[in-house]
Ligand binder design. Structure first.
Ligand code: 1CP
Length: 340
């Protein structure tokens, strides 16, 4: 197994890139569905033995080069008193969304890293079981987490979030500061428990203009990466971020995660060849046949051109209807094509 921090040597063909798949533990696996028949999603996240079990199982089933700890980006908001629940086929719902300065100021001062210690325990168990395979810790990036807090759940166009940002800039700034502080503490705890790398999921940041990213988001992300960089390599992932890659990269992560809407070689030309990139196969490709999977994987590898700072991944999470055999085949074919 190779470490996830990309090497700092000059570009050269160096064997297949490390490969793992976002949301590699989940509903597409029969074994996961069986566990979920017995326990709710939140119970699964909050039971370290079970969370570690599904984390480790995904690594063994797919034979990937890294684990990602089984948890969710929204757990932190529950600790901040927003009241998270998941309704079947409806996604997350928050009882107490944040819609005003008074709501932000009413967020309790809680030690999230202590309240979320169960995630750290799951990391410790997974690290012990997996030996040399790295375990990735993660958190939602403050903007994406704030969007759930403000919308009260999932959203399509983030209208409420953006209106809050424009019309209540003081409240938005204070919310981002609170979430950034909590996220730094939470990630430090995960690293102390053995995470070899951390990923920041800013899944929905691509809804912002470059100006708004620089104004409202970048200072918080810079502070976050300044705190984490001395402790761990970091991956900063978002979707529809073609217009934001340079400012995202300037906030200081080691690796940028990109989706399939941007070719990898173009992404590298935007952010500089020295930075790492993770991505970027369209997860829908995994719903097709082996020949299609092979040709699309091959195109991603061609664009990466053997750069030592490539981590092969999907451009977004694996879809629930994905056949496990196709996911396994992708990992196999990346190794086969990447060794040529
Ligand atoms: O069993 C179930 O029905 C629960 C489905 C599920 C799962 C498997 C949810 C609910 N979260 C997860 C696990 C999860 N979430 C992981 C686990 C580790 C792995 O990758 O194997 C990770 C990294 C996440 C991160 C996460 N949660 C993100 C960022 C990644 C992304 O996909 O963009 C987001 C946006 C969430 C929120 C979330 N969690 C779950 C749902 C249904 C949602 C809402 C998604 C939306 O708004 O569209």
């Amino acid at each position: 197994m190779r470490a996830l921090r990309p090497s700092s040597t000059a570009d050269q063909k160096s064997g297949p890139p490390p490969v793992w798949l976002m949301r590699q533990a989940g509903r597409y696996q029969r074994e996961y569905r069986e566990i979920r028949e017995r326990v709710s999603f939140l119970e699964l996240c909050r039971t370290p033995d079970l969370a570690a079990q599904v984390t480790v199982f995904a690594v063994r089933q797919l034979e990937v080069d890294a684990a990602i700890i089984f948890a969710d980006i929204l757990l932190i908001l529950d600790e901040l008193g927003l009241g998270l629940r998941f309704e079947e086929n409806h996604g997350p719902i928050f009882e107490k969304p944040v819609r005003s300065l008074a709501d932000v100021d009413a967020l309790p001062e809680v030690p999230v890293h202590e309240n979320l210690a169960y995630v750290g325990k799951a990391i410790e168990i997974a690290v012990k079981e997996l030996g040399s395979t790295p375990v990735i810790g993660f958190a939602g990036a403050p903007f994406t987490v704030a969007s759930y807090a403000i919308e009260g759940g999932s959203s399509r166009n983030f209208t409420r979030t953006k209106c809050f940002m424009y019309q209540e800039p003081v409240a938005f700034e204070r919310l981002m500061t609170r979430l950034t502080d909590a996220t730094i503490d939470y990630l430090k705890m995960q690293i102390a428990c053995g995470a070899s790398c951390v990923q920041l999921f800013d899944s929905w940041v691509g809804c912002l203009s470059p100006f708004d990213f620089d104004t409202f988001i970048a200072p918080h992300m810079k502070r976050l990466f300044d705190s984490i960089t001395p402790l761990s390599p970091s991956i900063y992932f978002g979707t529809t971020t073609a217009g934001l890659l340079e400012p995202m990269s300037a906030t200081g992560p080691d690796i940028i995660g990109v989706d399939w809407r941007l070719d990898l070689d173009r992404a590298w030309s935007l952010i500089g060849q020295e930075r790492g990139i993770q991505g970027n196969l369209d997860p829908v490709v995994l719903l097709s046949d082996r020949a299609t999977i092979k040709s699309h994987a091959s195109r991603v590898l061609e664009q990466a051109a053997g750069r030592p700072r490539h981590i092969f991944n999907l451009g977004h999470g694996i879809l629930p209807q994905t056949p496990v055999d196709n996911a396994r085949y992708l990992v196999e074919v990346v190794r086969e094509l990447g060794s040529r």
